[in-house]
Design a binder for this molecule. Structure first.
Ligand SMILES: [Zn+2]
Length: 180
């Protein structure tokens, strides 16, 4: 794989080169792949090494890359890719509501994670253990530990953490992660 293969040369006599944005190379596999065909391929699309799991490694048959680039199925996948890219950029994708929910959820988890990491960092710098005798924060008996105690304290002043603590109370770590 050489750098020049990432460019398509136009036969206009001017030596114009166009970057093949669809072409990706995997150093691990030592093979080239077509990004858009892998993502948007249809069942009736043509098969080529650039879309196979092994990837394109026939470096002596580089003209096959041109053939792939000119194939109708590749052009269709390329158009789908660019259309999706444009829609995402202008926020006009049909699943805009779903995306907005994802964005809100992402922001919330970043917020929660940031508070959790600050609590852990604080306890670590104070050389304090995180665990207590009982880790079920619902039980008001026994020592729930510095970490959960601190989180409960934060929850008193922070509605997002309060909501999070209410949702995860009584669940194990795995339950929380799987959203049960
Ligand atoms: Zn392709």
């Amino acid at each position: 794989m050489t750098q020049s293969w990432f460019y398509k040369r136009l036969g206009n006599g001017l030596g114009t080169k166009i970057l093949r944005t669809w072409l990706v190379y995997s150093p691990t596999k030592g093979a080239a792949y077509c990004f858009c065909c892998l993502l948007f391929a249809r069942a009736d699309g043509h098969n080529s090494a650039l879309t196979s799991s092994q990837g394109f490694t026939k470096w002596k048959n580089i003209e096959r890359m041109d053939a792939h680039e000119n194939a109708p199925s590749h052009r269709a996948c390329f158009a789908d890719w660019k259309e999706l890219e444009r829609n995402l950029r202008t926020n006009s994708a049909i699943d805009i509501e779903v995306q907005s929910v994802y964005a809100t959820e992402k922001q919330k988890w970043r917020y929660v994670l940031s508070r959790i990491s600050h609590c852990i960092k604080f306890l670590a710098t104070q050389n304090l253990p995180l665990r207590g005798h009982r880790e079920n924060q619902c039980e008001d008996v026994g020592n729930i530990g510095n970490f959960l105690g601190l989180m409960k304290l934060v929850a008193n002043f922070d509605p997002i953490i309060k909501d999070h603590m209410t949702r995860v109370s009584g669940k194990s770590g795995l339950d929380v992660l799987s959203g049960v």
